[in-house]
Design a protein around this ligand. Sequence first.
Ligand SMILES: CCC/C=C/C=C/C(=O)SCCNC(=O)CCNC(=O)[C@H](O)C(C)(C)COP(=O)(O)OP(=O)(O)OC[C@H]1O[C@@H](n2cnc3c(N)ncnc32)[C@H](O)[C@@H]1OP(=O)(O)O
Length: 305
Amino acid sequence: MNCLASTFKYTLGKPFIAKNLTRAMASFTPDTYKTLVVHVPKQFVVHVELNRPDKLNAMNHTMWLEIGECFDSLSENEECRVIILSAAGKIFTAGLDLSGMLSLGQEIAEQEDVARKSKILRKLITTYQKSISSLERCPKPVISAVHGACIGGGMSLITAADIRYATKDAWFTLKEVDIGLTADVGALQRLPRIIGNQSLVNEIAFTARKIEAAEARECGLVSKLYDDKESLLAGAIELGELIASKSPVAVQGTKKTLVFSRDHAVEEGLNQVADYNSAMMQGEDFLNAAMSQATKSPPPIFSKL
Ligand SMILES: CCC/C=C/C=C/C(=O)SCCNC(=O)CCNC(=O)[C@H](O)C(C)(C)COP(=O)(O)OP(=O)(O)OC[C@H]1O[C@@H](n2cnc3c(N)ncnc32)[C@H](O)[C@@H]1OP(=O)(O)O
């Protein structure tokens, strides 16, 4: 099924009209990516799917690079206001592609000197870190929709998203210690801030134990559970549509402010948002939306951003 055809598999509401859809899809042909598929289920709602189902969406080198490329490109795409991240096949992801590590091992073995080996590895790690951070860098909200299992690198991926939904049969594991690795692409930095319980983070990071969906919901790793993948995607798209109907100036400013404020003191966060709004409150989105609220008129249609 190509991207455009697959767009019509969604049953939620009316499909957004074909002419606009074709325009929105123009930047994504079915072969844009080898490991991802990009759909546009509703206007301004872009759905990115991890797509190596035969390998349980294990994250190979191509996938690491493509995730960064895709989210960086969506950051600039005015047809995109919100992104849903899900995965094809049985599970969300089995984490790092372990077979790819064998060829990396050979490349490292070819270097004799430890400094040169370290240089290659550091470059690889920082490239993968930047790929994961592209979700957070992207000014558009990212909703991750997890089914089946989310393992290792997958945990780093979803913790860089803004909202996490899952199916009731999903499970999660910070698996890195089981492969002799310190998790290094974001989960150890972001998870404590998400669930706000350092003791629990330490426990799951030291043991690699499974976190079942109910526990993930209870500790705040995910905010909503669905019976199955179909209802999960429908719920994520419905949420995406709601967010996409709001002012993109306000939504993107809100994401920037939330991410900035998480990592800075309150005073610095207040300064950042004062700078942002001192420009944006002069814009048409604020004027039109405030006027429609004040006069109880229907909300405005916001221009592309
Ligand atoms: C600089 C590095 C930064 C990133 C670090 C990230 C680290 C991590 O992600 S640590 C976690 C690594 N992942 C794992 O340890 C999971 C390994 N997989 C499994 O334990 C099982 O596959 C799983 C429990 C997920 C599912 O088991 P099931 O019996 O249902 O399926 P399988 O027959 O095992 O797998 C089906 C095919 O998928 C291939 N596959 C699964 N996981 C991986 C993987 N991580 N890497 C590469 N390939 C994987 C598996 O080989 C099967 O393929 P085939 O034999 O061709 O059918």
